[in-house]
Design a protein around this ligand. Structure first.
Ligand SMILES: Nc1ncnc2c1ncn2[C@@H]1O[C@H](COP(=O)(O)OP(=O)(O)OP(=O)(O)O)[C@@H](O)[C@H]1O
Ligand SMILES: O=C(O)c1ccc[n+]([C@@H]2O[C@H](COP(=O)([O-])O)[C@@H](O)[C@H]2O)c1
Length: 203
């Protein structure tokens, strides 16, 4: 089985998360996409709503797609030192006979290449990544300019995907629209839009 793990704060989940996941699943013939909301205990990112709300929204968003599932492994970690290398080691143990890919945008490839992630050497050495084009970033250049990425570019480690359409809806844009009493209705699933209104999130 081929499994993609899509890690994000999902603060909130957007239609672009859903669309990119389905594009990747279709092109890479994935059997499953696991939506993995990150821990609110992360030190490098300030989240804007509770774990419970993010978790509920992700579950509502993925309801009608049989390939999609949500996993609360990172959210449930007690310690604040949750990082992707450890998470992927956990999933590799959980699915020893399957191929696991971490799905991410090209902005994150730049960060990994710059050695900004925990245990980045082990992360790149032991895992495979599906990288989606974003913000006109030249992914081949990012790889060739980073010793870490270049030395693991063996034809299996990085699967680069050009989405074919630069759709740049971001969670922060949606939060800002809610905060400014704008109308981001069709940028995220209707159920999530109504949930945010009802619970007065991102005000
Ligand atoms: N439009 C997009 N194109 C390609 N990748 C994307 C896009 N939106 C999000 N991603 C990827 O999804 C993952 C989760 O990103 P995240 O949800 O934090 O993005 P975001 O929408 O930019 O959030 P925020 O606006 O809160 O920073 C990352 O790997 C990111 O690169
Ligand atoms: O492992 C790390 O050091 C690390 C550093 C930054 C981001 N990540 C992961 O990358 C994913 C997307 O992060 P973000 O900041 O774009 O929401 C999410 O799953 C994070 O846990 C992981």
């Amino acid at each position: 089985m081929k499994i993609g793990i899509y890690g994000s704060s999902f603060d909130p989940v957007t239609n672009v998360h859903l669309w990119t996941a389905s594009t990747v699943a279709h092109r890479c013939k994935l059997d499953k996409v696991i939506f993995l909301p990150c821990s609110s205990k992360r030190k490098d990112k300030q989240l804007h709503t509770t774990d419970e709300h993010r978790w509920n929204m992700v579950n509502m968003a993925i309801q009608n797609n049989a390939l999609y599932e949500a996993n609360d492994y990172e959210m449930k970690q007690e310690a604040w030192d949750v990082y992707t290398e450890k998470t992927l080691a956990h999933f590799s143990e959980l699915y020893p006979d399957d191929e696991i890919y971490f799905i991410m945008g090209a902005d994150l490839l730049e960060d990994i290449g710059a050695g900004k992630w925990h245990n980045s050497e082990e992360l790149v050495r032991d895992n495979r990544f599906i990288v989606m084009a974003r913000n006109d970033i030249d992914m081949l250049k990012v790889i060739s300019h980073s010793p870490l990425l270049r030395n693991h570019d063996d034809g299996h480690t990085f699967h680069l995907i050009d989405k074919g359409l630069a759709m740049e809806i971001s969670s922060s844009y949606i939060r800002d629209e809610f905060a400014m009493e704008g109308e981001p209705r069709y940028l995220l699933p209707e159920s999530c839009y109504q949930y945010i209104k009802e619970h007065e999130i991102y005000k």
